[in-house]
Design a protein around this ligand. Structure first.
Ligand code: ADP
Ligand code: ASP
Ligand code: MG
Length: 410
């Protein structure tokens, strides 16, 4: 009898009919003898609608109230799934994040899980019940409701799987696995049989929203096997694991993209120690994460400093950067919020020669201008114009022959 933690995403529980079909899948597994903890997201675009409602009544909704509001989305789903299971004669109980023991810090809207107290879930499992848990939410030490961040209901099942020492975490979504690129953009994308935590983490961090990066990270730290599969079919999914890829090592596994990137350049910054820290510290304090940073070689002790960030953070970052520019004596600040990024991901690609040049050649052949480049051990990222992002995904997919079963090697 295996203990499995499952998660069903928003599209999979978008209406009553889909909730019933999810309940049937859960019932079949329960009857087959598995012990199940099931995490659910808010139905369809509920979270967006709640955010929109909040913005209609307040220009700056208070973070505490917003978290309580957003947490209701997942509460509706978990209750309905439990009811649907009851009508199939399955014993089930639904729990909020707080009842499930998810303790977080107090950072509303982007809380981090501090610990999971699994006693309540364990009691319910011992009674033979299926436990349904509202994803994306927890409770702080001050007993305030918190949420983990957009798309973060993926984190809940991995954290629960770690705390409960579950055999596996199964994430059910609207695609049947991790593909070599977003299948909605590249029709020739191929489903990967397996992928390592490191590759998945880079994939997610560079835009493949099929799994939240913090879920990949938690899976890696606790060694939880994660399967991504479809809630609409019985197709085998993609296994995320800690070993060496079953498919060939040292090759491009896929293309990730993110169409919402902005770039900020501070021009004429005095080239002296401490300047970079004085610029990036205030941004970090306001939880604005900065991605690629490039500092040009200085001419007459003046330099240009450029960095990228999520386009949605640009409005919050601009006044801070303008104030800093004045304080450090920079000439001016220019921003561009019409950018995107495209990345090739694969273990060892940075150390193998030829991948970068092949990437740049493919982009240039497609008439795409590269604005900035950043690399990690297993990733090369190019910042390009937003309008070129989809074309770039397809060009790179083709250049690295990812549609073929065993290719991508140089
Ligand atoms: P859920 O609501 O189930 O969490 P998401 O919309 O967050 O689902 O994530 C699933 C989506 O991720 C897919 O519909 C797909 O368009 C997108 N996606 C992006 N990159 C990839 C990829 N490499 N493989 C599979 N899906 C991807
Ligand atoms: N409902 C939340 C959101 O839409 C969390 C999630 O679905 O992952 O961001
Ligand atoms: Mg998601």
């Amino acid at each position: 009898m295996a203990l499995i933690v499952q998660k069903y995403g928003g599209t999979s529980v978008a209406d009553a009919e889909r909730i019933q079909s999810v309940a049937q899948r859960i019932a079949a597994r329960h009857r087959a003898g598995d012990k199940l903890v099931v995490v659910v997201s808010a139905m369809g675009d509920t979270t967006d609608r709640l955010l929109e409602l909040a913005s209609q009544v307040s220009e700056h909704p208070e973070a505490r109230e917003l978290d309580v509001l957003l947490s209701t989305g997942e509460m509706v789903t978990k209750t309905l799934v439990a009811m649907a299971l009851h009508s199939l004669d399955i014993e089930a109980v639904s729990l909020t994040g707080a009842q499930a023991g998810l303790r977080t810090d107090t950072a509303h809207g982007r809380a981090r899980i501090l610990e999971v107290e699994p006693a309540r879930i364990e009691r319910e499992l011992e009674r033979g019940r299926v436990v349904i848990v509202a994803g994306f939410q927890g409770i702080s030490e001050e007993l305030e409701v918190t949420t983990l961040g957009r798309g973060a209901s993926d984190i809940t099942p991995v954290a629960l799987a770690a705390a409960l020492k579950a055999e596996r975490c199964e994430i059910y979504t609207d695609v049947d696995g991790v593909y070599t690129a977003d299948p909605r953009i590249e029709p020739n994308a191929r489903k990967l049989r397996d992928i390592t935590y490191e590759e998945m983490l880079e994939f997610s961090s560079t835009g493949a929203r099929v799994l939240h990066p913090r879920a990949a990270e938690l899976g890696m730290v606790y060694g939880i096997p994660i399967v991504i599969a479809s809630s609409f079919s019985e197709e085998p999914g993609t296994l995320i694991h800690g070993g060496v890829s079953m498919e060939q090592f040292n090759k491009v596994r896929g293309i990730a993209h993110d169409p919402r990137i902005a770039k900020v350049t501070l021009r004429g910054v005095p080239d002296q120690p401490g300047i970079a820290a004085s610029i990036f510290e205030p941004l970090a304090e306001r939880h604005i994460s900065v991605d690629t940073i490039v500092q040009n070689a200085s001419v007459e002790r003046l330099t240009d400093l450029t960095f990228t960030l999520d386009a949605k953070d640009l409005a919050a970052a601009t006044p801070i950067v303008e104030e800093l520019a004045k304080a450090v004596g920079a000439t001016d600040v220019v921003a561009d919020d019409e950018l995107g990024k495209v990345s090739i991901v694969g273990t060892g690609i940075q150390s193998a020669p030829g991948y970068a040049s092949r990437m740049f050649r493919a982009l240039s052949d497609a008439d795409i201008n590269v604005e900035m480049i950043s690399t990690s051990e297993i990733r090369i990222t190019c910042i390009i114009q937003r309008a070129d992002v989809e074309k770039a995904v397809r060009a790179l997919h083709k250049a690295f022959e990812l549609e073929k079963a065993d290719t991508g090697e140089l």
